[in-house]
Write a protein that binds this ligand. Sequence first.
Ligand SMILES: Nc1ncnc2c1ncn2[C@@H]1O[C@H](COP(=O)(O)OP(=O)(O)OP(=O)(O)O)[C@@H](O)[C@H]1O
Ligand SMILES: [Mg+2]
Length: 367
Amino acid sequence: MATSINIKNTSKNLGNYIFSKIPYVSVDLGTTNTIVYIKGKGVVFNEPTVMIRDLRNGTIYSYGKSALIIEERLNRNYSSIRPLKSGVISDFRATYEYLEQVILDVFPSTKEKGVFVMAVPSRITKLELKAMKAIAHRLGFPYVFIEEEVKMSALGVGVDIFSNRATLVVDIGGGTTDIAIIASGNVVSSRSVKIAGRYFDEKIQKYLRDKYLVNISMHFAERLKVNQLDLTLSQTDERAKELIYVYGEDVITRLPKKVKVKRFEIVKAILPSIRRIGIEIHALIESAPAQLVGDIKRNGMFLAGGGSLLLGLDSYFEEKFKLEVSVGDAPLTSVIDGTMKYDDIIAERLSDYENWLALEEIYLGGY
Ligand SMILES: Nc1ncnc2c1ncn2[C@@H]1O[C@H](COP(=O)(O)OP(=O)(O)OP(=O)(O)O)[C@@H](O)[C@H]1O
Ligand SMILES: [Mg+2]
């Protein structure tokens, strides 16, 4: 007994030793934002997942924050590219090009590369997973670990994912809402729905177009969502009747237009989408074994991702599910915060990397 503990400790120490000698980089490649963390340096990149290609020569003209600023004002020589759509990697070449720019930006090309942890959507196919690993290796990282985003997110907002008692986690990002029941370090069951931040923005756009014949940009719709939405408002509240000015383009004449809308209308535009997320959460709970449902009642629900910052969302779900709902302190960085807390597990895998690769191959089904 004592011997086996010693061996375990020795191999763990070996992992920790390797780990201390090589850089540890983790990436949350989100539909809306990409965040990069380097151990010892902290978060070194936190910018939109968007880039602009110069169509005349195929090169990348801009990426991240600066690309977002010019995205809606491009002439026909340029095209805006979002490598991920609704949480799915829609363009692997663009994903590689984007990550290449980002890594070049934050990591000196002369420096030896080490561990690369990439958080990806839970519902990614095995083939896509392999493609992501290949991308990370091509970026020069010898040790690559691909992790489920929702698991990292849960860890990041403070869930004890290794406990054998189940916890319900809802990560509302820009492209997808991932709902998962996590226990003993694994995602026991999950659902993913393409209703999240950008979808809410589109619903605001559509509402204003249909009702007031005004076209607004996605950026403006997002600002309305972030600054004006309050899900605790009821139609009869005084604040619900406050007027907001909306600027855009007349749908018919194409001329600039300003309209006044009641604050409650923003709630009205988004509420059906929130209800649909509620239906998905309900379906996942319903399909879970009674024991897990009991655990969820005890542990409550954890919200993560930028969409969880919607004002009043926690009270909405509390009321609907009669569960205690917690929102993390920093839901926008929950995935990356999770990868920071995962280094012990990574060190353990590094201590026996060959064996881990073999296990992973079995897990991936030998593609
Ligand atoms: N204060 C806020 N209120 C409401 N929504 C917010 C707020 N701040 C950010 N958001 C929304 O959060 C979304 C981005 O969240 P996040 O960075 O978690 O997504 P992502 O990880 O890029 O996407 P995904 O996980 O779906 O691939 C955007 O749609 C943004 O509008
Ligand atoms: Mg995310």
